[in-house]
Write a protein that binds this ligand. Structure first.
Ligand SMILES: *Cc1c(COP(=O)(O)O)cnc(C)c1O
Length: 462
């Protein structure tokens, strides 16, 4: 079977997996989704996480990566994780478990997808005798995870722009200390938005984009969403269900992966969508109000997002897979700043499936403190937003039964908030213990498009 992919806006060519992997965004501005949802495969009880991953994603990949290669790529990707269970479940309360997704090389859940996606890029490009140059902007977690995912690749080069002096020390060091000939980091004299604008401008410059073979690995890439389906399936194989999952959310990508696991037959009851003060999704799910507001900086910066781009994939399903209708609705959202859906759509697709809660910084600190006092566990602020949402919805009787909260970052990645809450400064794990002694390599550039383009075009010497 070979899955084909269609755009959520209905006006781009159908593609196979490898083309979708390399394309990222569809040519009509939409996101690629498979033309149907396969059923979960039968997988031996004693399968490793890597074996489970290869089996769950095989139908999405089809013949574009052969079976043995897919197995090898999964083995290599998850061998980089510092825990034998890859994504272990830890019980913190009656019926409440935390799934630790942060044992990858850069200590955030983005490693689960990007360690595999980087290897898939390299494999597909080597078969095609092609190279690409990834250019991205980061405020923290995505840049380090993307760099680590491609640092060993022969057919991929990567340039990551970050705002000079505006990332945390751990986040910057994780990017600038990688010693690999295909990796560059650039500190831009400006804000994260300036970095993003520079990247957008480079992609919009068609001659530059083509001569440099520019590519992206942002969170709308289908292969990232697909790779994240696996840990939901892994949890449902270990715990008696059906389970509720609580997901600390920014772009909706992680929640969407869980929803896909449910479509594929995983015994999942519902999803708790947990947000910080930037609560567009909570407002939408609770009161049908999807209206943009200014982004407020919080203790959980990777969730400081206003437009949850992956929501478009769910919207496409809610519209009966009508791409024209979805494109129209998004056009209205862009021009008015508001999106709402019909009552019957809500009843069919959202009610009873998604519940939402918002946890502000003060409550986040209190959850970290309380959880540490009760269990000894240190939660990072993103994971704490999730745990706090579950506790509040439990108390209100809105959720019952076993719950798994996804822990999306290691506490040592956000040590200041953890120390403020508990008095304990979480140490970096052994593979990063000497991070602060490693030499940094970075280039500081002004916020000037021509200068940055010249750098991207010449830094690899070909
Ligand atoms: C990226 C990120 C999130 C948000 O994930 P989405 O897929 O955008 O919902 C949450 N927590 C951490 C630590 C992250 O790095």
């Amino acid at each position: 079977m070979n899955t084909r992919y269609v755009s959520t806006r209905g006006d781009a060519p159908e593609l196979g997996f490898a083309d979708v992997l390399l394309a990222g965004l569809a040519s009509d501005g939409g996101l690629y989704v498979p033309n149907g949802w396969p059923s979960l495969p039968d997988v031996a009880r004693d399968a490793t996480y890597a074996e489970l991953a290869a089996a769950v994603i095989a139908p999405f990949v089809g013949d574009d990566i052969d079976h043995d290669t897919l197995g090898r790529l999964c083995d290599e990707a998850y061998a980089t994780f510092g825990h034998p269970a890859t994504v272990p479940l830890v019980q913190i309360d009656d019926h409440h478990y935390v799934q630790e997704l942060f044992h990858g090389p850069t200590l955030a859940f983005k490693d689960v997808a990007l360690q595999l996606v980087g290897r898939m890029f390299d494999h597909v490009l080597s078969q095609r005798h092609e190279r690409i140059r990834i250019v991205g902007a980061t405020s923290g977690d995505t840049g380090s995870a993307a760099i680590d995912g491609v640092k060993g690749c022969e057919h991929v080069e990567i340039v990551i722009l970050y705002p000079h002096g505006r990332t945390s020390d751990v986040q910057r060091k994780q990017m600038t200390t990688v010693d690999s000939p295909n990796v560059r980091t650039v500190a831009i004299d400006g804000t994260f938005d300036d970095c993003q604008d520079l990247v957008k401008a480079m992609f919009n410059d068609a001659p530059f984009r083509e001569s440099q073979r520019l590519s992206a690995v942002n969170s709308i890439n289908w292969a990232r969403v697909m790779s994240q389906v696996v840990y939901y399936v892994a949890a449902t194989r270990q715990l008696a269900g059906p389970l509720t999952f609580c997901v600390p959310t920014g772009n909706f990508g992680n929640v969407l992966s869980g929803w896909i696991a449910q479509r594929m037959g995983a015994p999942i009851e519902q999803f708790v969508v947990a947000s910080n003060t930037n609560d567009i999704l909570t407002r939408f799910l609770r009161s049908n109000d999807m209206s943009t507001a200014d982004v407020v900086p919080t203790l959980s910066p990777s969730m400081d997002i206003q437009v949850s781009s992956n929501f478009e994939r769910l919207l496409f399903e809610m519209n009966g897979r009508d791409g024209g209708l979805t494109a129209e609705q998004l056009q209205r959202f862009r021009s008015t700043g508001r999106l709402s859906v019909e009552d019957d759509q809500r009843a069919e697709w959202l009610d009873g499936v998604f519940v939402a809660e918002r946890i502000d910084d003060e409550a986040t600190i209190e959850v970290i403190r309380r959880t540490h006092a009760a269990t000894g566990m240190l939660l990072d602020p993103h994971s704490a937003v999730g745990v706090g949402a579950v506790e509040r919805l439990r108390a209100a009787g809105e959720i019952t039964g076993p719950v798994v909260t996804l822990a999306t970052a290691h506490p040592a990645k956000f040590p200041d908030a953890v120390e403020r809450a508990t008095g304990v400064r979480p140490p970096l794990p052994p593979h990063l213990a000497d991070l602060f002694d490693r030499p940094e390599r970075t280039t500081v550039l002004p916020n000037d498009l021509a200068t940055v383009q010249r750098y991207v075009a010449t830094t690899f010497g070909h």
